[in-house]
Design a protein around this ligand. Sequence first.
Ligand SMILES: Nc1nc2c(ncn2[C@@H]2O[C@H](COP(=O)(O)OP(=O)(O)OP(=O)(O)O)[C@@H](O)[C@H]2O)c(=O)[nH]1
Ligand SMILES: [Mg+2]
Length: 303
Amino acid sequence: MAERADAELGQLLELLAGDPRHAYRVGITGPPGCGKSTLTMQLIRELRAANQSVAVIAVDPSSPFSHGALLGDRVRMTEVAADDDVFIRSMATRGALGGLSASVADAADIFDAAGFNYLLLESVGVGQNELDIAQATDTVLLVQTPESGDDVQMTKAGIMEIADIFVLNKDDREGGDAVHAALAEMLHVRGQSPSPHSWVTPIVRTIALQSAGIAALCGAISEHRMFQERSHMLEARRVRRNLERVRHLVQSHVERELWSEERLRQLERELGAVGAAKPSVRRIAAHVLAEFWRCAGSGREFP
Ligand SMILES: Nc1nc2c(ncn2[C@@H]2O[C@H](COP(=O)(O)OP(=O)(O)OP(=O)(O)O)[C@@H](O)[C@H]2O)c(=O)[nH]1
Ligand SMILES: [Mg+2]
């Protein structure tokens, strides 16, 4: 429903607004096939054992990397399908208004109001996705594997920095120690030192297929949550998130108003007109803006 972003959804979100409940949002991202879905399944088990209800959104980035893996995920996830306190759905990002973070945030509002304790958000890390995940969640798990040795050095700094917790999954395979060392070195270079005011990104080693390391991972998530609550960073993170959402909504509304098909065609004609001296692009832009403000001020519709 949140993908439709229509008036109905707007009304529903309006009704839900002001509900003080919050599902704690955990993002699980990392390269294709690193074990995100398997880890998600294990986290569901662990959280259910602690009597926590869990909603899961598996984001399908509609990219050539996903190879229809989501279908496989769904099959595996039928294991928990009968449990009323677990809700799983996948969302396509293709064509979603405002991209991943906007539609996920709308869906998350609905899960909040439904009273879920946790919301897990799985998304394959490609391009902009990781940054959207960080935007939409309270704790980000960045999953690596023993095979991601060279990637640790190569991954853009900005991506590594979104990790609140590193998960080194598939630790049953060769090479885990080297990747662990590379991650630890990177964190050291970043100058992380323990203090009550800064979070030291832990590296948790797991074998999701064998349920190994999952309790430690849940422990790390709880600690990050408590750290953020104590330091009021959680509140700040949620305020920042909502600020971005408001900004996005306003921006896309203004964009839609400004750039009708008709206006774009008209501008194309103006810019392509032969003969008479053409006004500069700056002058045309100023003209469009002036017209827009005039209409906004007078309550008239922008032509
Ligand atoms: N050896 C080993 N294999 C694992 C482990 N965890 C997951 N796998 C396997 O790795 C493959 C991919 O796992 P998924 O959980 O689907 O990975 P994913 O990151 O969700 O994949 P995408 O959503 O396609 O990006 C599957 O065949 C899993 O069984 C592990 O700890 N050790
Ligand atoms: Mg998956």
